[in-house]
Design a protein around this ligand. Structure first.
Ligand code: SAH
Ligand code: MG
Length: 208
């Protein structure tokens, strides 16, 4: 991976450790690139740099979706609140930092930010996708909506990548693990690789 982008990702605010980020980049190197890719959960653009680096290498486009109002744990008073990321009304707003991060990395035009709720955009989306990366809200509702709303857009051979998959509930919340299990149980996906909490699946058949 491009050294400059790797450094930019390392410096970006967010929740994508380098080893999992590099695994994300490597998944991108193997994903179908005749179709765009999407990421759910931009936050400040950290994972978008890893995946955007692959999108640039492969000549495709990454749409990065987030309402930019933060998940439950990012709200004021919660464990992962970052006071740098608020608007004048004190509400969480990660969009300015996301734009800065992507621009400074030189990835404008490769990583296209979409300020939207995943569950509102998924059902009206029409383009087939080569890769879907789910790293949005971790509630059961959010994770389920991300899976149901986006995985069906994958072309055969397309990659479904899920972050924060914890087999042991002691390590973290379960919904990402539950959609991962559901994808495998559907028969439409096979596991391709795993790096800590990052799982890469490929769409092996039609139907869910
Ligand atoms: N990928 C990021 C971390 C994402 S944190 C990184 O590399 O650092 C999860 C993000 O999901 C938050 O920014 C939150 O605003 C977003 N999110 C949560 N629920 C969402 C929903 N329903 N639609 C869109 N974005 C959502
Ligand atoms: Mg995550």
């Amino acid at each position: 991976m491009d050294e400059r982008l790797r450094r930019a990702a390392g410096e970006a605010i967010g929740f994508m450790p380098e080893d999992e980020g590099v695994a994300l980049y490597e998944a991108g190197l193997e994903a179908p690139a005749e179709h765009p890719w999407i990421e759910i959960g931009s936050y400040c653009g950290k994972s978008a740099i890893f995946l955007g680096a692959a999108a640039r290498d492969r000549g495709t486009t990454l749409f990065s979706i987030d309402h930019h109002r933060g998940s439950e744990e990012h709200q004021p008073g919660e464990g992962y609140h970052d006071p740098r990321l608020t608007d004048e009304a004190g509400r969480v707003d990660t969009l300015p930092e996301f734009r800065r991060t992507i621009s400074n990395a030189g990835l404008d035009g490769v990583v296209l930010g979409l300020a939207a709720r995943s569950e509102e955009l998924g059902p009206v989306w029409r383009a087939s996708l080569g890769l879907v990366f789910i790293d949005g809200g971790h509630s059961a509702e959010a994770a389920t909506a991300d899976y149901e709303g986006w995985a069906p857009h994958l072309v055969p051979g397309g990659l479904l990548v899920i972050h924060d998959v914890f087999e042991d509930p002691a390590d973290g919340g379960r919904p990402p693990f539950e959609i991962y299990e559901r994808a495998l149980a559907s028969g439409a996906f096979r596991e391709r690789s795993r790096t800590r909490s990052l799982r890469v699946l490929d769409r092996s058949a039609d139907g869910f």
